[in-house]
Design a binder for this molecule. Structure first.
Ligand code: NAD
Length: 231
């Protein structure tokens, strides 16, 4: 089995989704806080968002029952890879060892000139002194290792995810609205290559009709039951 996860799996850890009820983009305009054009012109929007919202949130959250269930299913040998759209690093924190992060990770920040890497903690302390933060080696600009709106996904990461989807027997989608492309192509590719497709989501998705199984419920209620059944 391969799993494809979205913001919904982290919602029960307290990280708001982007588009749903209470979603972040209702409060923060993504054109200002998450677009590559704005980031290159004026990175202060992103860094003030990181300092005031993203960092405090990520310091507080823990993997929830769903992340832990997927790690346990992997441990049992029933799950090969997690492909995630999330940038929060919670799958790895839960113990999943094979994770493809399609949109990168907020936890790594690097210099756009010399590629020196920094942790979130290091950059948070830099932000106390100046916005935008600058590389302590070469004074270059820093950026998070995430895919901003207006940027392409890294081709090698996308190719790896497509390859996993195309050779799996069972693709389980958890907590994704399946509206962001090319990421949402992944379940389609798996299905086209003959995999069984299952979707767990609180709400309907555009691929529900195509799926073999659809469960409209909270991931945190469903996945621990899957673990129980496997046992
Ligand atoms: P989305 O916000 O478009 O959709 C979230 C989906 O999760 C919705 O369909 C909703 O019905 C469902 N959902 C919410 N709570 C759920 C629960 N408890 N159980 C099951 N389903 C639940 O998110 P998306 O499809 O991942 O795509 C949007 C983009 O948002 C991605 O690019 C991703 O990088 C980004 N994002 C990431 C994070 C994160 O890293 N935690 C948070 C917000 C957004």
């Amino acid at each position: 089995m391969v799993t494809f996860t979205g913001a919904g799996i982290s919602a029960e850890s307290g990280i708001p989704t982007y588009r749903g009820e209470g979603g972040l983009w209702h409060k923060y305009d993504p054109n200002l806080y998450a677009s590559i054009n704005t980031f290159l012109q004026d990175p202060s929007y992103y860094w003030s968002f990181f300092r005031d919202v993203r960092y405090p949130m990520l310091k507080k959250v823990k993997p929830n029952k769903s992340h832990l269930a997927l790690a346990e299913i992997e441990e049992r040998g029933n799950l090969k890879t997690v492909i995630t759209q999330n940038i929060d690093g919670l799958h790895q924190e839960a113990g999943s060892s094979s994770v493809i992060e399609l949109h990168g990770t907020t936890r790594i920040i690097y210099c756009m000139t010399c590629s020196q890497e920094y942790t979130m903690d290091e950059v948070f302390f830099m932000l106390e002194v100046q916005i935008p933060p600058l590389c302590s080696e070469c004074k270059g600009r820093l950026r998070p290792d995430v895919v901003f709106f207006g940027e392409a996904l890294k081709p090698q990461i996308l190719a790896l995810a497509y390859a996993e989807a195309e050779k799996c027997d069972f693709l389980l989608v958890v907590g994704s609205s399946l509206v962001v492309y090319p990421a949402a192509d992944i379940p389609l590719k798996a299905k086209r290559m003959g995999a069984v497709l299952a979707i767990i989501n609180k709400e309907t998705t555009p691929l529900d009709d195509l799926a073999d199984y659809v469960i409209h419920d909270e991931a945190g209620k469903v996945l621990p039951r899957v673990v129980k059944l496997l046992k």
